[in-house]
Ligand binder design. Structure first.
Ligand SMILES: N[C@@H](CCC(=O)N[C@@H](CS)C(=O)NCC(=O)O)C(=O)O
Length: 255
């Protein structure tokens, strides 16, 4: 029996939810409300000491890191593969996943946090916010949350925009030749990039829009029409998974 601890079907949680749905795997959903800081509760930290979602639990073992959870699922359940068979094509998928983990995720999360996450947290009017932040065990993560709550600032957001521009140069080039990012067909690479880039057409249309990134926009639509993506997004509790965001992975560790 698979159990997935996840937040809204966006970013890292979306990657695993979409992979599970693409593969047609049954799982028990355990929703973690990140903006209520449930990921820092002792029971959750026992599963993942870094206090991040998602976490997959199987047979009493807990696994974190969305790239590795997705690859684990693909290897453990080989039906409906999400990795191409050819070694070089598999390299291309892994290169996209690493790019997302080390570079794109933090940038897209910064922009999404500023536009969506910070106002959503504000709307909750938590009177224990300081207390919640003080409970975050790792100093690096605590500092990142504090910086995010204080407001990220134009310098950080400009750096994030530049990273998105460079990402789009890569997606536009890949999509010139084919429908999916890596050679070998639809893969975990598409899922990884979609889960973060899909925040942007709404909040930064000047970056991800018809003029700047036409092929990427068409690909995002193609992705969002996949039945598995729809099924994953239907698990949203807010009803709008790309209308809310968490600070995401910090640059120091991941990019
Ligand atoms: N590298 C991790 C990143 C996970 C991550 O950034 N999770 C965010 C949500 S997208 C989170 O749980 N943030 C809450 C927190 O850090 O307190 C992965 O890919 O699984």
């Amino acid at each position: 029996m698979l159990e997935l601890y996840h937040w809204e079907p966006n970013a890292a949680s979306a990657r695993v939810l979409i992979a599970l749905k693409e593969k047609g795997l049954e799982f028990q959903s355990r929703y973690v409300d990140v903006l209520a800081f449930e990921q820092h509760a002792p029971e959750y930290l026992a599963l993942n000491p870094s206090g991040e979602t998602p976490v997959l639990v199987q047979g009493g073992e807990a696994f974190n890191e969305s790239s590795f959870i997705c690859e684990y699922l693909d290897e453990a359940f080989p039906e409906q593969p999400l990795m191409p068979p050819e070694p070089l094509d598999r390299w291309a998928v892994r290169a996209w996943q690493k790019y997302v983990d080390d570079y794109l995720a933090a940038a897209a999360s910064d922009l999404a946090w500023a536009a969506l996450g910070a106002p959503a947290l504000e709307a909750r009017r938590l009177n224990s916010l300081e207390e919640q932040l003080a409970r975050i065990p790792a100093k690096e993560r605590r500092d990142q949350w504090q910086a995010a709550v204080a407001g990220l600032g134009e310098e950080v957001l400009d750096k994030a925009r530049e990273r998105i521009r460079l990402t789009l140069a890569k997606t536009e080039a890949d999509l010139e030749e084919r429908d999916w990012l890596a050679p070998g067909g639809f893969s975990l690479g598409d899922i990884a990039v979609y889960a973060y880039l899909n925040f942007l057409p709404r909040i930064s249309p000047e970056l991800v829009g018809e003029t700047a990134a036409p092929r990427t926009l068409t690909w995002l639509k193609r992705m969002s029409q996949r039945p598995a993506v729809r099924a994953a997004e239907a698990m949203s509790r807010t009803g709008d998974p790309y209308g809310v965001a968490a600070p995401g992975p910090e640059h120091i560790r991941w990019g």
